[in-house]
Design a binder for this molecule. Structure first.
Ligand code: SF4
Ligand code: SF4
Length: 196
């Protein structure tokens, strides 16, 4: 008799514990249902990269003088500058230029030191491919300008953290014209110059 009572008691206790844990789990679920989404519904929504974002490099073939400074300053000597010496003009003739983005670490050294400013960093960050050899961009691919997130009619551009008003950490349902927390680079420069 006592054994049956003990079993009933254990069963009731187990049921109560299970109900308690289910209740705790559901309370977390219901709590999150009230919150606004933090995640970005990529590729339908995309974050606007910051002004100094170091994305895929853009290259202007016509401005390049084949000096190979970009190769020397690159920590892994990555850019391939393929040129021949023209004996008549006594000048280098550029044939081909390429950068392998499967190896590049996007440090920006080549962009910084190029004497003719023919290299620049774009906001393009979508470099996923099925074959890593496709990441080896030649001068034609490097000369292509990226499609801006803000100009793509197929996506909803969202402001990233640096652009959001103070205290806001998620970019959905922001009122139009809401101020941003961070300063624009030109504002920082102006302030620095004024303090000199
Ligand atoms: S960004 Fe850096 S790693 Fe990439 S090619 Fe330029 S110097 Fe080399
Ligand atoms: S540093 Fe600039 S100009 Fe010189 S080879 Fe590299 S890309 Fe061309």
């Amino acid at each position: 008799m006592f054994k049956i009572l003990k079993q009933v008691q254990d069963y009731a206790k187990g049921s109560f514990e299970a109900a308690k844990y289910i209740g705790q789990g559901l309370s977390v679920t219901f709590d999150h249902m009230r919150r606004r989404p933090v995640t970005v519904q990529y590729p339908y929504e995309k974050l606007i990269p910051s002004e100094r974002y170091r994305g895929r490099i853009h290259y202007e073939f016509d401005k390049c003088i084949s000096c190979e400074v970009c190769v020397r300053v690159c920590p892994i000597n990555l850019p391939i500058v393929d040129w021949v010496f023209n004996k008549q003009t006594k000048k280098k003739e550029l044939k081909h230029y390429s950068i392998d983005f499967g190896v590049c670490i996007f440090c920006g050294n080549c962009v910084e030191y190029c004497p003719t400013n023919c290299l620049s960093m774009t906001e393009e960050y979508e470099l996923a491919t099925y074959d890593r050899h496709e990441l080896n961009y030649d001068n034609v691919a490097l000369g292509r300008l990226p499609y801006k997130v803000t100009q793509d009619s197929m996506v909803t551009p969202l402001r990233e953290l640096g652009y959001l008003p103070k205290g806001v950490i998620e970019p959905h349902d922001l009122p139009k014209g809401a101020a941003r927390a961070g300063k624009f680079p030109e504002e920082i420069i102006k302030e620095t110059e004024a303090s000199k």
